[in-house]
Design a protein around this ligand. Structure first.
Ligand code: PGA
Ligand code: ZN
Length: 424
């Protein structure tokens, strides 16, 4: 019987140069696998807790040595000797070690690192790919990527209020064709921005971060780039937004700094409606704040039959909160970020709940990432159909796309959903 022989952790760095957790699991058959945990910037209030040392003498207080120690001691003591092939039991054992509801004592960064490393080691030991181990024979859908090619909000130092302007390649035969077209749009966008004397420096997720004069202008330049690359906006390639509106909340409404105005939920919803009429927008994420549930009800009533309405900070990958959303008829899609909830099993549970209730699932990176491409396999395993993992620049984003290209070459009959995702 193969069992977990050793668990250890160390502090490494993420793509922003902040410390994060790397966990390593060794099995009794000699298999040794690791995982690195990502980290968000515009985090939801109800996310599982990312444990930081708060020791100002190291990494400005952002060290993760306590989380590392929690893995080396409590978690290792609990899991050593257990079978790596029962993911639910492994994850439940870690949950049992932490008496808080949000992993505040062990740290979700400690727990997720081990959870992912165990899954990876189990798959390796069985000599099957991670997506096949986690998804079984049912894993066959190549996700449609959402590529964040203009960064704003808290991911960039520019004047744009909305956090993410993404392209979604719809009308393509395969994931690789979709990715190629997206890269062509990205390069054309760079040329257009240069021509217009805008900065082409990059934001945290690999998109450009130009100082544009309104929240609408990024959409206009992206549409131009799509055309310049030889594609038809809306037909071949559409637009998706992540407003990250929790970050815009101010006294009396939502602050749109670049337009020097503060608006109510109703006004913001009306603005989205007008944007959707003017432009080929197929998806809006976090259009309102995580606390504005009345606003979300209205937003859903007004737009959910036309476009995808995604809850990120709103649902924080939490099955209980998603359940409330389902009951109240809020949103029609959920962003899936494993570190918002803490373990591989809990993430799978939330995806299952979403899919059973007709909610689309978008697997997602965080703005602070690493070379770890776990989410690429995870998206395919769970047939998410969509993945959000940045632009076609910065190696921590490309790692996920390259892993998906590899997976595509293995799943010969892997289906690319593209436009069919948005057919009702
Ligand atoms: P975050 O951003 O990782 O900084 O939270 C990603 C998102 O909001 O989708
Ligand atoms: Zn988001």
């Amino acid at each position: 019987m193969i069992y977990i022989d050793d668990i250890s952790a160390m502090e490494v760095m993420d793509s922003r140069g902040n410390p994060t957790v790397k966990a390593t699991v060794t099995l009794s058959d000699g298999t040794k696998e690791s995982a690195i945990v990502p980290s968000g910037a515009s985090t939801g209030k109800r996310e599982a807790l990312e444990l930081r040392d708060n020791d100002k003498t190291r990494y400005l207080g952002k060290g993760v040595l306590t989380a590392v120690e929690n893995i080396n001691n409590d978690i290792a003591d609990e899991l050593m000797g257990m079978s790596p092939f029962n993911q639910a039991m492994i994850d439940a054992a870690m949950k049992g070690l932490d008496s808080t509801s949000n992993y505040a004592s062990l740290g979700a960064n400690a727990v997720l690192g081990v959870s992912m490393a165990v899954a990876r080691a189990a798959a390796k030991s069985l000599d099957i790919p991670l997506y096949r181990y986690l998804g079984g024979a049912n894993a066959m859908i190549m996700p449609t990527p959402m590529l964040n090619i203009i960064n704003g909000g808290s991911h960039a130092d520019n004047s744009v209020d909305f956090q993410e302007y993404m392209i979604m390649p719809l009308k393509f035969e395969s994931f690789s064709d979709a990715l190629r077209a997206s890269s062509e749009v990205y390069h054309n966008l760079k040329a257009i921005l240069t021509e217009q004397n805008h900065s082409t420096s990059l934001g945290d997720e690999g998109g450009f971060a130009p100082n544009l004069s309104s929240n609408e202008e990024p959409i206009i330049v992206i549409l131009e780039a799509i055309k310049k690359a030889g594609y038809i906006p809306g037909k071949d390639i559409a637009i998706a937004l992540d407003v990250a509106a929790s970050e815009l909340v101010t006294d009396g409404g939502y602050r749109l700094e670049s337009e020097n105005k503060t608006v109510s939920s109703q006004e913001l919803i009306a603005y989205y409606e007008s944007l959707c009429e003017k432009y080929p927008i197929v998806s809006i994420e976090d259009g309102l704040s995580e606390d504005d549930w009345d606003g979300w009800e209205l937003l859903t009533q007004r737009l959910a039959d036309k476009i995808q309405i995604v809850g990120d900070d709103l649902f924080v990958t939490n099955a209980n909160i998603l359940n409330e959303g389902i009951e109240k008829n809020i949103a029609n899609a959920i962003l899936i970020k494993p570190n918002q909830i803490g373990t591989v099993s809990e993430t799978m549970l939330t995806v299952r709940l979403a899919q059973r209730n007709g909610y689309k699932c978008v697997m997602s990176h965080r703005s602070g990432e690493s070379e770890d491409a776990f989410i690429a396999d995870f998206a395919v395993a769970l047939n998410c159909g969509e993945i959000k993992t940045g632009s076609t620049a910065r190696s921590e984003r490309i790692a996920k796309y390259n892993r998906l290209l590899e997976i595509q070459s293995e799943i010969v009959y892997g289906q690319y959903l593209g436009a069919t995702l948005f057919k009702s």
